[in-house]
Design a protein around this ligand. Structure first.
Ligand SMILES: [Zn+2]
Length: 414
């Protein structure tokens, strides 16, 4: 077994955290911003120094490949270098940097590489500058139409296409990753479970299915002072009653179910006016489709009218649970056992590039603990000790896969 170098990985994390560093120890590295371009340049420099070949596709995804003795599709590691506004120093970037550390350890130990190893940086994973999230892994796996994505604009009206052209990172369509033997993404957990269970590694079995509904409650506006309570059609009161009732009903379905009333609009939103319309969203996530169906059944069984107001549920979007490759998950778990690291099988509640990659390549993810479960904020942190343990498992899994694939074993999508 080969152990990664924690000092070297820490230095690399610290170097990357300078690109877009914020005053409070986080980073703002929006996709294709100057800060992102600096991080991309440095990523390419690090990989070239390791003798890796750089290719860039038409979405600005960067692939750095260490050639193997066999001319076969690569084993791919990676994640994303972009961040949200005032995000942390670990989300995304850690998957790229632990991959660099894995390759550095391979080179340092003179390990023979049969199967090519590729590190990928996916463009605009966060969707913080250009909607949607996971844009470029989504395009190369045919989830999104490229032409539509190019038109996506940031808050200053700059399109993704313009930003991509200006960045110098617009490559060729034929460089897209279309074939790989496996994809492994290391990521911070972004939740509190590993820490609470005192586990060092999360073996991620998939990404939770979700549905998002918007409920519109329509009533009647009137004067807040002159309209008697008995003569009102107040959608705000109805909305609050529905939320309380849904909280009660959904809370009884399954303790793993999570649901969030995250966005609410009140019209006209004036303190002296009874609202005429309230809309709010409910985002709900669970591994099992039958549980998600129960959620939808409850939402669709809401009455059409209540207290003089109409109630209309509209499904905004949903996704099925994505299951990662069970054989690769098993290899990750085995690697943890060999290293003596405690492992916990879990699902990801957040979306990741791996969920799209899983549709074209046998994929899995490795989670490392997030201190207090915090992410997408400047306080986001993972101990360097945990980061290097993640790198150890990433490297060990890749080396195991490489041995198996060299012997002719392949994993098929299922
Ligand atoms: Zn991420």
């Amino acid at each position: 077994m080969y152990k990664c170098n924690s000092r070297r990985l820490q230095e690399l994390i610290e170097q990357f955290s300078r690109f877009g560093a914020t005053d409070n120890g986080g980073v703002t590295r929006l996709s294709l911003s100057n800060e992102d371009i600096l991080a991309r340049n440095y990523f390419c420099e690090c990989c070239e120094a390791l003798g890796m070949n750089i290719q860039i596709d038409d979405m600005g995804n960067i692939y750095a490949t260490l050639p193997g003795k066999k001319n076969v599709p690569p084993i791919v590691m990676g994640s994303h270098l972009d961040s949200v506004e005032k995000g942390g120093r670990f989300d995304g970037v850690l998957g790229v940097l632990t991959a660099i550390e894995a390759i550095r350890t391979i080179k340092e130990n003179g390990i023979d590489i049969e199967i090519p190893l590729t590190i990928v940086n996916f463009t605009n994973e966060e969707g913080a500058r250009f909607d949607p999230a996971m844009m470029s892994s989504g395009v190369i796996t045919s989830k999104f139409a490229k032409e539509k994505m190019l038109q996506s604009t940031d808050k200053n009206g700059i399109s993704f296409q313009e930003a991509l052209q200006a960045s110098g990172y617009q490559g060729k369509k034929e460089h897209r990753l279309t074939e790989a033997l496996a994809y492994l993404e290391l990521h911070i957990e972004q939740g509190p479970i590993l820490e609470a269970q005192q586990c060092e590694i999360g073996v991620v079995e998939g990404v939770l299915g979700m549905v998002c509904y918007e409920l519109t409650i329509t009533g009647q506006s009137n004067h807040a002072g002159t309209t008697p309570m008995s003569m009102r059609k107040d959608p705000m009161i109805v909305a609050s009653t529905i939320i309380t009732e849904l909280h009660e009903q959904l809370g009884n379905i399954d303790e793993q179910l999570v649901y969030t009333f995250g966005r609410m609009h009140v019209t006209p939103n004036i303190h002296t006016v009874i609202p005429n319309k309230v809309t709010f969203t409910i985002d709900s996530r669970h591994q099992k489709p039958e549980v998600m169906q129960q959620v939808e059944d409850i939402l669709l069984a809401l009455p059409e009218m209540a207290a003089g107001c109409s109630i209309q549920p509209v499904k905004l979007w949903g996704r099925e649970t994505v299951y990662f490759d069970t054989t690769i998950c098993h290899e990750v778990e085995q690697a943890c056992q060999r290293f003596g690291y405690t492992a916990h099988r879990m699902f990801s509640g957040a979306g990741h590039d791996a969920q799209y990659m899983a549709s074209i390549v046998p994929s899995a993810m490795i989670f490392v603990p997030s201190i207090q479960g915090k992410s997408h904020c400047e306080e986001e942190a993972t101990t360097f000790e945990d980061c290097v343990k993640g790198a150890d498992i990433l490297l060990e899994t890749v080396l195991t896969l490489q041995t198996k694939f060299s012997m002719g074993e392949t994993y098929t999508l299922h």
